[in-house]
Design a protein around this ligand. Structure first.
Ligand SMILES: C[S@@+](CC[C@H](N)C(=O)[O-])C[C@H]1O[C@@H](n2cnc3c(N)ncnc32)[C@H](O)[C@@H]1O
Length: 198
């Protein structure tokens, strides 16, 4: 869904904010954009440089982007905003770096799926697994942050989980398949936004 939105936008200077392994950066570069990826994790940036050698990658924070004012035509931020305690600082930065008329495409796991346990975990250097921060931002929180920063809403999508053998994860399905199906039926998996900088 994110790729469909990105592919329909004019090519230009694109920022993949919280780029991770650079999957969207690679897609944008292949589509003819000049791409900058920013992430706070040097390890992720090392993957991204291998995955998208055409793009440039810089270490930085979503709330203090190492990017000049009004210097990009497109920002995408995928599966990262829920790790922040508040949306407004990141949206202020997206608004700052985008030129007027530029586009912002965000995606996150849907807050309803966070309630069902869809929270990422990571293993630290000592082998200890812990859950990552996961704020439950509702659509109203995105609209408030985006409109407050100077964006207009172009589109909002809430794609549902597919009804499949893997809904709820293989482990839960093994023990309580009917309950998992009932919990995930008609439940949105993601929240995808397309905003325009006014
Ligand atoms: C689940 S990954 C998503 C990566 C990529 N956008 C994608 O969709 O494949 C979340 C990424 O956000 C990055 N991240 C988390 N908090 C951040 C912050 N405050 N500033 C910059 N990057 C951040 C993490 O390092 C990680 O690479």
């Amino acid at each position: 869904m994110v790729r469909d939105i990105l592919a329909a936008l004019p090519t230009g200077r694109a920022l993949d904010a919280a780029c991770g392994t650079g999957r969207h950066a690679a897609f944008l570069a292949a589509g003819g954009h000049t791409v900058l990826g920013v992430d706070s994790s040097p390890d992720m940036l090392a993957y991204a440089r291998r995955n998208a050698p055409e793009a440039e990658f810089v270490e930085g924070d979503l709330r203090d982007l190492p990017v000049p004012d009004a210097s990009v035509d497109l920002v995408t931020c995928a599966l990262a905003l829920t790790h922040l305690p508040a949306l407004a600082p990141a949206f202020a930065e997206f608004a700052r770096v985008l030129r007027p008329g530029g586009h912002l495409v965000t995606s996150d796991i849907h807050w309803q799926s966070l309630y069902l346990g869809g929270i990422a975990s990571a293993v630290d250097a000592h082998g200890v697994e812990s859950r990552l921060p996961a704020s439950r931002f509702r659509p109203s929180a995105y609209v408030t942050a985006a409109v407050g920063a100077g964006f207009a809403v172009r589109a909002c999508h809430e794609p549902l989980w597919p009804h499949s053998e893997t809904g709820g994860g293989p482990f839960l399905r093994k023990w309580a398949a009917d309950a998992v199906d009932a919990a995930y039926e008609h439940t949105p998996a993601a929240l995808v936004w397309h905003f325009e900088r006014l």
